[in-house]
Write a protein that binds this ligand. Structure first.
Ligand code: SF4
Length: 353
């Protein structure tokens, strides 16, 4: 078995993993841990990164109906931040050393491209900060509302100061699963197409997975292989972020009778490291989804990044996040040091600061 294991490790190191290898490793966790941790060490050493950022959700009004959502509201009950309120939040963030502003919101029925560009222009004309904003679903929505193609929208957003986009709305890239959990969201092909267009236009993005609801192990593996294939093609993903499904206050939580164990979480994080090697070598665990103890554990299962300070987090909080809305840089540093690793702040695009 040892010889077989060494051969498998060598093949994975060469970037030649196959779906069957991933399935085998998922049912043999000690091998999986060993390979994931070995690759993490080779690629990233002991450095664990995080970004000082702030989340802004400028509206919760949304025409979507994702079954896992605890955030959306109807127009009559929802909120919409003024530009002054957005700028106040950015100013507070920049005064606290934030280098990134992350903006994601509901799909407001009345907003057009000029509104989205206005937010970017407004921030960029006052602050020198990286704006990481608007998921592929938001890009699709604004294109639809404005009567433009997604490519035209992306070009205008870039001109107005968009630095990169979050690869959220990916959930699980399988249309039979999407039909249940987010029936009115863009389908797999559209998500991949929008991301590919962004990368072609020089707009990098993250990639995500939402695991722990109705998907199977195979679905998770297939999802990560789709991300790998796109990354081989464009190289535009900066990181892969694993998001555990949180079940509080949403319909999917009532539909799904499943809890996600720490073992299950460790397996999917480690799989991300081995499947995405060598094309995407930043694997991020989410402290708002996992809580501090579990997020720290993931550093032993292929993870080299812990995301951002956030300052304000509404989406996971409303779904039952086990932790608060803000983790200070000092808390990040302590958490990472306590795991025996070296903390470093980074930019959105992974330059060490
Ligand atoms: S996840 Fe986003 S798009 Fe879906 S309902 Fe919630 S706010 Fe709307």
């Amino acid at each position: 078995m040892k010889a077989g294991f060494d051969g498998l490790y060598e093949r994975i190191k060469q970037g030649e993993i196959e779906r069957d290898d991933a399935v085998f490793l998922a049912s043999n966790p000690p091998y999986l841990w060993s390979i994931a941790d070995g690759l993490r060490k080779e690629e990233k050493g002991d450095i664990v990164t995080f970004v000082v950022n702030r989340n802004i959700n400028f509206t919760n009004v949304c025409v979507g109906d994702c079954k896992f959502c605890s955030f959306r509201a109807e127009k009559e009950q929802g909120y919409m931040l003024s530009m002054d309120a957005v700028l106040e939040k950015v100013e507070e963030a920049v005064n606290n050393d934030a280098t990134e502003i992350c903006i994601q919101s509901g799909l407001h029925p009345d907003l057009k491209l000029s509104d989205y560009c206005g937010i970017l222009d407004g921030i960029k004309s006052h602050f020198d900060v990286h704006i990481h904003a608007f998921s592929p679903m938001e890009i699709y929505h604004v294109a639809h509302n404005t009567g433009l193609t997604e490519e035209e929208v992306l070009k205008e957003l870039k001109r107005a100061g968009l630095g990169s986009i979050p690869g959220t709305a990916a959930e699980i890239l399988d249309d039979s699963i999407r039909a249940v959990i987010c029936p009115n969201k863009i389908n797999t092909a559209k998500w991949l197409e929008i991301i590919k267009t962004a990368h072609r236009l020089g707009i990098p993005s993250t990639a995500t997975i939402m695991y722990g609801h109705i998907e199977s192990l195979e679905d998770r593996i297939n999802h990560i292989f789709k991300i790998r294939a796109l990354q081989e093609d464009t190289g535009g993903f900066t990181e892969f972020v694993l998001l555990k499904f949180l079940r509080k206050n949403n319909e999917l939580g009532k539909m799904v009778n499943r809890s996600v164990s720490s073992l299950d979480t460790a397996i999917v994080h480690a799989l991300a490291r081995v499947i995405l090697h060598p094309y995407c070598n930043n694997i991020q665990a989410s402290w708002v989804k996992l809580g501090l103890r579990d997020v720290q554990k993931m550093l032993y299962f292929g993870v080299n990044d812990l995301g951002g300070t956030l300052m304000e987090e509404n989406i996971s909080r409303l779904s039952g996040s086990p932790v608060g809305e803000y983790m200070s840089p000092e808390d990040f540093e302590q958490l990472i040091k306590d795991a025996g690793r070296t903390p470093r702040r980074r930019s959105t695009l992974y330059e060490l600061l």
